[in-house]
Design a protein around this ligand. Structure first.
Ligand code: FAD
Ligand code: SF4
Ligand code: SF4
Length: 483
């Protein structure tokens, strides 16, 4: 049944129902089953069809949100899906894990006063319907091109580029050091936010569309950059950022102090059915432990919620700024609180205490002082306010930096920025090396999946323009006449 639009005055915002927190704590399943058709149509019908849609402006992919909301409200779901898929390579992933409160929904004009339209959940509904109805099909390029593109990194940036290049007819090979396709979608982000079957379904589609994957292949270990450049007409580096920022505090080397990615990767591997000795031995298992997670971003939120599900006795998040200034999505903070996580805002670690293994974190209360060079208020310690938190497992979630790629890849001429990310032309994402492009976190620093997808699509267009220019430059006059 078609719903009338502009219903935001009479229909309240309603996100898809979540499972009760007590049930969520016991498993790693997604916390919501999403909308049914009636729910999606009614919520989509709340859209006021703005002349200047701020939702679209603030979506990094500039999705045609009002148009596909209208199509959903009218029950024209196949057209709605086609429109959503035209600008977003992986809408089912963004619909689930974009921090919509900071992007499309947070900027919806009816957000103040009425509550923004549930854009992400409608996007997810459209794509899940499309999968169920068989509207999502493998890529079939109209022409086959002979040039080959090598991609290093099978995360969202590399995969978005692979999809777009294959659609243009190029031969595409994606390499990754992991044994599965998806990057942080598989080994970083937990299953309760993004079911691994959703990522595997995309990987299968990409394979069926003719994209080749070379897994367990690490650039810098199994080949250097020059070797890959010889094998392909163009290359894309989309290797993400993985060097964990370490805690600089006495006791940081004690047993029981672990980096967030080590912890999350082990948990994700266990969920995928792999044997994980560090979980079997208890080293990376929070079961029965008092866990303290240090940090306030998405990674920290994923760690606290994973620890809850592993059966931790108590889980505390220690963050040096306040709730309003946390980099993590407010939606995820709310989920964590519902699931029993305790937040110590405005508190920073001073030391990890213990003989061989950690038994407590000594922390100090902070206040927010004047803004620093990045415009954010600087936390300052309050003298004499130290306190101790009992802790058997401390997880460091302080962010990530790039590795030294020119050295790792044996490519000293590969230009980097002052932050160690790869230097690129912002229009094409071309690096300083001819025919080598870069996309995703390795260009912008630790960021979001939706930005990685946008970069991947942009880099694919840059590579396409580069290869076409090279092809026309090598055409003989006779070939040009024949064309
Ligand atoms: P990645 O996803 O990191 O993929 C890079 C790939 O390159 C990996 O598969 C890696 O194995 C491979 N690789 C690296 N080096 C080599 C090499 N030398 N040779 C071969 N392969 C190599 N974003 C959101 O939008 N929403 C969220 O909820 C969210 N949650 C997050 C939770 C966690 C725990 C983390 C860590 C990040 C989260 N993010 C989230 C951020 C998001 O995951 C990243 O911004 C995004 O995955 C970046 O994509 P990418 O393709 O650039 O890199
Ligand atoms: Fe919103 Fe992300 Fe979808 Fe854009 S891609 S509409 S930001 S959920
Ligand atoms: Fe609809 Fe909100 Fe976008 Fe306006 S800003 S078009 S109300 S979703």
């Amino acid at each position: 049944m078609a719903e009338k639009l502009l219903r935001f005055v009479t229909v309240s915002r309603h996100a898809p129902d979540k499972r009760p927190a007590a049930a969520r704590r016991r498993d790693f399943d997604e916390i919501s089953a999403g909308f049914d058709a009636a729910g999606a149509a009614l919520q989509a019908a709340r859209c006021s069809q703005c002349g200047v849609p701020y939702c679209q402006v603030h979506c990094p992919l500039h999705n045609n949100i009002p148009d596909w909301l209208k199509l959903t409200a009218e029950g024209r779901l196949e057209e709605g899906y086609a429109m959503a898929a035209a600008t977003n390579t992986f809408p089912e992933i963004c619909g689930r894990i974009c921090p919509q409160d900071r992007l499309c929904e947070g900027n919806c004009v009816i957000e103040k006063g009425f509550g923004g339209v549930t854009i992400g959940a409608v996007e997810n509904f459209l794509v899940e319907t499309a999968f169920a109805e068989g509207w999502v099909r493998p890529i079939k390029p109209v022409v086959e091109r002979r040039q080959s593109v090598g991609i290093v990194g099978a995360g969202p940036a590399g995969l978005a580029a692979a999809d777009r290049l294959r659609r243009k007819g190029y031969r595409v090979t994606v390499h990754d050091r992991y044994d599965r396709v998806g990057g942080l979608l598989v080994y970083g982000i937990p299953n309760f936010k993004l079911d691994k079957a959703v990522v595997a379904r995309r990987a299968d589609l990409l394979r069926a569309g003719g994209i080749d994957f070379v897994l367990d292949f690490a650039l810098g270990r199994d080949a250097d950059l020059a070797t890959l450049r010889e094998r392909h007409d163009a290359l894309l580096i989309a290797t993400g950022v993985y060097k964990a920022r370490a805690l600089k505090a006495p006791g940081a080397g004690l047993a029981g102090v672990v980096p967030a990615m080590t912890y999350l990767t082990a948990s994700n591997r266990q969920g995928l059915g792999d044997a994980v000795p560090e979980i079997a031995s208890g080293a990376l298992d929070a079961d029965g432990k008092r866990v303290v997670v240090i940090g306030g971003g998405d990674t920290a939120m994923d760690c606290v919620r994973t620890a809850v599900r592993q059966g931790a006795r108590a889980v505390t998040c220690l963050y040096r700024r306040d709730r309003a200034n946390m980099p993590g999505s407010q939606r995820e903070v709310a989920h964590a609180i519902e699931e029993g996580v305790v937040f110590e805002w405005l508190a920073a670690p001073e030391a990890l205490l213990g003989d061989d293994a950690t038994r407590a974190v000594r922390a100090i209360r902070m206040r927010l002082g004047p803004p620093g060079p990045d415009g954010r208020q600087e936390p300052q310690p309050i003298a004499g306010s130290s306190f101790e938190l009992p802790c058997d497992l401390a997880i460091e979630a302080l962010g990530f930096d790039p590795e030294d790629l020119p050295t790792l890849f044996g490519a000293p001429d590969l230009g980097v920025t002052g932050w160690g990310t790869l230097a690129v032309d912002p229009r094409t994402l071309a690096t300083t090396l001819d025919g080598v492009f870069a996309a995703g976190d390795i260009v912008r620093g630790a960021s979001l999946v939706v930005w990685a997808i946008r970069d991947g699509r942009l880099a694919a267009d840059g590579i396409d323009a580069y290869l076409r220019a090279r092809e026309s430059a090598t055409e003989t006059p006779a070939m040009a006449e024949a064309i």
